[in-house]
Ligand binder design. Sequence first.
Ligand code: AGP
Length: 606
Amino acid sequence: MCGIVGYIGKEKNIHFLVDTLKYLEYRGYDSCGVAVAKNGGVFLQKSKGKIENLKARLKEEKFSLGIAHTRWATHGVPNHLNSHPHFDCCKEIFVVHNGIIENYATLKDRLIRKGHKFISQTDTEVIPHLLEEFNKKEDIFEALIHTVEELEGSFAIVLFRKNTHKLLFAKKDSPLILGILEEGFLLTSDIPAILPFTKELINIEDKSLGVLEDNRCRIFDFNGKNRKLKKERVELHQVAISKKDYSHFMLKEIFEQPKVMERLISFYVKDEEINFKDLNLPLTKLKEISKIFIFACGTAYHAGFVGKYLLEKYVGVDVEIDVSSEARYRKIRFSSKDLVLAISQSGETADTLAAVREAKRKGAKVIAICNVLGSTLTKESEGLISTLAGPEIGVASTKAYTAQVFSLLLFSLYLARVKNIMNANSFANFLKELKNVPLYQKEILERANEIEKIANKFSRFGCFLFLGRGINYPSALEGALKLKEISYIPAEGYPAGEMKHGPIALIDEYRAVVCIAVKDELYSKMISNVQEIKARKGKVLGVVNDLNEDEARLMDEIITVPNFRITDVSPLVVAVPLQLFAYFVAKNLGCEIDQPRNLAKSVTVE
Ligand code: AGP
């Protein structure tokens, strides 16, 4: 993963590099570092942890050539030595890298035999040493061509050599964007990091190398052949991102959900019909669809899981869902009547991109359900459903999740209409209920204080089970994921009916069990499962609506959600108390909520 920055141009303060790096912190925050050319030497500073730590160590320093890096550790623990920039034996070549060098062990052995000294455990460190090796006979650009020939895996690399006023780069399967500034050139891992400084940019093509000098930019293919510079003007607005009065981005984003749902309705529902303009598939093709594959990771996978229930029920198609990292390696055969839905908040998740590329190679049509316009996924898919959640900063996904579920609901209803499966009355009825969702969510948000009190009581438990059935089985998975990723408490999501096949062995008075028991066709079965937990003294927190007194007595605590007219909207609503519950448990335990340990907002390595 990791985020990289490089600058060459008119003199600036070193804080410019670090402030640009801050836009990339969502890619990793285990450690960071900066190197700038200075008076014939190089000034290097690294720091463990967040970019703020690095910033605090830097004085006002002028520079005109430099690189910076924020790391999500793959090879080697997050410490000073493993932080980027990495350098060669003579400390002359400085490199930042995003990606993974898969053959680094072989290269490292070879270089050590040639006398190179390594100081880190990273895969990246082979790059400056290879450059050093080739640079003995060739200039640094030729050395880069030969270095790249040796590398297997994915990489976006930015580097400079002491006493050579040039910034060089290479890219394969990891993103790299070049911003054209009035005063120079800025390389970064994504577009939003460039937009504050310029709208003119070049999205570096895959398998490219480049050399930047003060007023000159040259880009080549891996054989050293010139590439045409394809400049673009990006008109995306840089949205002011702040926590406002909320203590964390996660809380702010939880509270934004009703607005996001309203936005989706007003964007996709016109004159009481649902319309998707960017599917890029003719109606005849849509009518033919008989099987849908859903690929996604983490929270997006849970949203896709809800989508599976909806598409099967309302569209009558077969749906297979896989986490992208598995889908990619399955021997799936796609027919011309199949459709792939790839779901991703960031649109940069390496596993999902790889699964999509594999499906496309086999002839499948892909629609992205994505939150970031202009991301790699939106560019590589035939069609797009934009989830319109706005920037999501908290690493734990909240509003992006409900936006994905809502989009899938709209898409299911749309397909049901296209295929003539749902009659006008049921459709109108469903649309009416969809419009109630923001109200249902607001109703819960107004009771956030109650949920905080319950969360405080439950935060002493060292282990949680989350149970749900049917369309709320994925809600249980998502509830457990939210809790574990921000509070570090072990939490498992399970289909309640499966509990007796193993997990029930965990139940005693020290286990907390969150039971999603909203009134639907499986309600009575869910209540039986709650009985089984109580018989074994488990502590039950029910997420419920409309339960009678006997049922209420079964639960140790309850969070009430509204009564739904159509229970298939319930995942959109029960998500809210589960997110708040996880948030308040983590807060009570003093955890770092917006940037939990070991995670990153965008997972750009396999
Ligand atoms: C969610 O809270 C996670 N941090 C994570 O599971 C995330 O949903 C996953 O990495 C997929 O990301 P994407 O939606 O950007 O593809």
